[in-house]
Design a protein around this ligand. Structure first.
Ligand code: ASN
Length: 539
């Protein structure tokens, strides 16, 4: 049945769609590179290294890895929400990758380029807004950023970008791109490659040939190329000379059937982080907890979550009083690996005082998560405390996570599995689809020879429930097949006139890709109502 989708006589392919990509045609993936500053773009000055402008022309254009040497039209980019916010940026294209794609990209450079030690929630808003405004125009995003506060920005964005369906890869470097020996070139190339070729719809940090979940990363070296680590979660991918190995079982996906949106304005000015040390005075902790307007505190404790119990338990009293006043206090460990747990009496006493156990979260993740939850409408100390203890973006390990086991102990080949799932989707057999995906969840995003994923097939299949099931597992609505300039599932559903499928895909955040719009307009006269629901602006 899968063959039907590549078959030119298939009713799913309209007149203009009948030609799958010709042999010589190499598909393009569009990536927006967002330049915020950091060492990666810096140049020497009498005052030390300072950010320098014009990264695309200065650093990327002269390098053959980033530039196929051909002239390309500028790319449309949304700069701001005002009437003149839409503009165009000079674009470049990479040569064809080992995955058979070319990456077309533009660099959006911020007015003020920062040393990342100066970033705050305004800077995070700026990045989140840029991604949100350009979400429909690009397949993925690479954010260039200084390394000093990179782990904080990764964590903050992971919470702010809600129901994210596309890759957002942050990177930077320890040595500027303009230096002869640097880590900037590899970090940038790896980030572009990941954003363009792998559907990892998370905020990630790519550094030194390793891809980390952004909210698990922490800076561990001020100078080495190996500057980041993810102490409590293995990397999401490792990039070797020959291949990129993705740990697909670790990748999280949006499963709530809601469109992408952002939560700006993290309440970072009303949270704090305090590191306990031997001999710390309860008065000192109290002074922090009495800071005007304070709503949340991350307490970095010893070992498995312990704090001193001397001074007649005065410290616990101070903490307990603050919790009673509505301050959310979260316990994370100062250790690089491991988790807080109520193993010892002092840790248990903190729990009894109402301190939330932060599991194995990094301080960066705990602090930004606290600021995020406090910024949500109707946030109460109780609701925030409850959500601090559970994983909302994969930022902490929950030990009750379901592990899928294979009933027969044997996995069939990917091709056989794809064929089986295509049959099950075409015949509306939800049970069979569920069984197959339980055996191998990666199947949900795997394309067949014509680039159709199970979501493409279900988008025109007989069972809306199968489509709903795939979307609730987190299957991507953004992958494009090999027809025309690359069709999304939403395009196929609209083209087949399937209104319920279109509405469900839209609910899950699907949109028509910028490269589909012209063809969509040509087709729109047949079912204008369906195309309108698919989000097509018609004259
Ligand atoms: N100070 C720089 C920054 O964070 C450090 C770097 O990017 N390597 O902006």
């Amino acid at each position: 049945m899968a063959a039907a989708y590549g078959d030119p006589s298939s009713p799913l392919m309209s007149a203009t769609d009948r030609t799958p990509l010709g042999l010589g045609h190499v598909p393009e993936t569009r990536i927006l590179v967002i330049m915020t500053g950091g060492t990666i773009c810096m140049q020497k000055s009498p005052d030390g290294l300072v950010p320098a402008r014009n990264f695309l022309d200065r650093c990327m254009a002269p390098r053959p890895e980033f530039n196929d040497g051909e002239p390309h039209d500028p790319l449309e980019v949304v700069f701001d929400d005002g009437p003149d916010g839409l503009g165009k940026l000079h674009s470049l294209r990479t040569p064809t990758s080992v995955y058979g794609k070319r990456i077309r990209y533009a660099v959006l450079e911020y007015e003020t380029l920062l040393d990342s030690s100066s970033i705050d929630s305004k800077g995070w808003d700026q990045i989140a807004q840029t991604i949100s405004r350009n979400y429909k125009l690009f397949d993925g995003f690479v954010v260039l950023h200084g390394t000093d506060s990179l782990a904080y920005t990764c964590s903050a964005l992971s919470f702010m970008l809600q129901n994210l369906g596309k890759p957002v890869i942050l990177t930077g470097s320890q040595v500027p791109f303009s230096e002869r020996k640097n880590d900037a070139l590899d970090n940038l190339l790896d980030s572009l490659d990941i954003a363009a070729h792998f559907m990892i719809p998370e905020v990630c940090l790519c550094f030194n040939s390793t891809l980390f979940r952004g909210n698990r990363a922490t800076k561990v070296s001020a100078s080495a190329f190996d500057a980041f680590a993810s102490p409590n979660l293995p990397p999401l991918a490792r990039i070797t000379a020959v291949d990129t190995e993705v740990a697909w079982n670790l990748v999280t996906r949006p499963t709530s059937l809601q469109a992408f949106n952002i939560q700006p304005d993290l309440d970072i000015h009303h949270v704090a982080c305090l590191r306990i040390f031997p001999g710390i005075k309860p008065k000192m902790v109290e002074a922090v907890l009495r800071t005007e307007g304070l709503r949340g505190l991350v307490l970095e404790t010893f070992g498995a979550g312990n704090a001193p119990s001397g001074h007649d338990n005065k410290l616990i009293q101070v903490i307990s009083d603050a919790v009673q006043r509505g301050i959310v206090i979260v316990n994370v460990t100062q250790c690089l690996t491991g988790s807080v747990s109520p193993l010892y009496a002092p840790g248990m006493a903190l729990g009894r005082a109402g301190v939330v156990a932060g599991g194995d979260m990094t301080s960066e993740a705990a602090l930004t998560k606290l600021a995020y939850l406090l910024s949500l409408p109707q946030a109460s100390p109780e609701s925030v405390a409850k959500r601090m203890a559970i994983s909302i973006r994969g930022e902490l390990t929950e030990h009750s996570e379901t592990v899928f086991s294979h009933p027969t102990g044997e996995l069939s080949s990917p091709v056989a599995q794809l064929t089986a799932i295509a049959y099950a989707i075409a015949s509306g057999d939800l049970q069979k689809v569920q069984d197959l995906l339980r055996q191998d969840t990666q199947l949900m995003n795997r394309p067949d020879y014509s680039g159709n994923t199970p979501v493409h097939l279900a988008a025109t299949g007989p069972s809306l429930e199968i489509l709903r099931y795939l979307l609730s597992l987190g299957a991507s609505v953004h992958l494009r097949n090999h027809t025309g300039s690359g069709r999304t599932p939403l395009f196929l559903a609209a083209n087949a006139g399937l209104l319920p499928h279109v509405l469900l895909l839209r609910q899950a955040g699907a949109h028509l890709h910028a490269e589909e719009l012209d063809t969509a307009r040509l087709h729109a006269s047949q079912r204008p109502d369906v195309w309108a629901q698919a989000g097509l602006d018609m004259p």
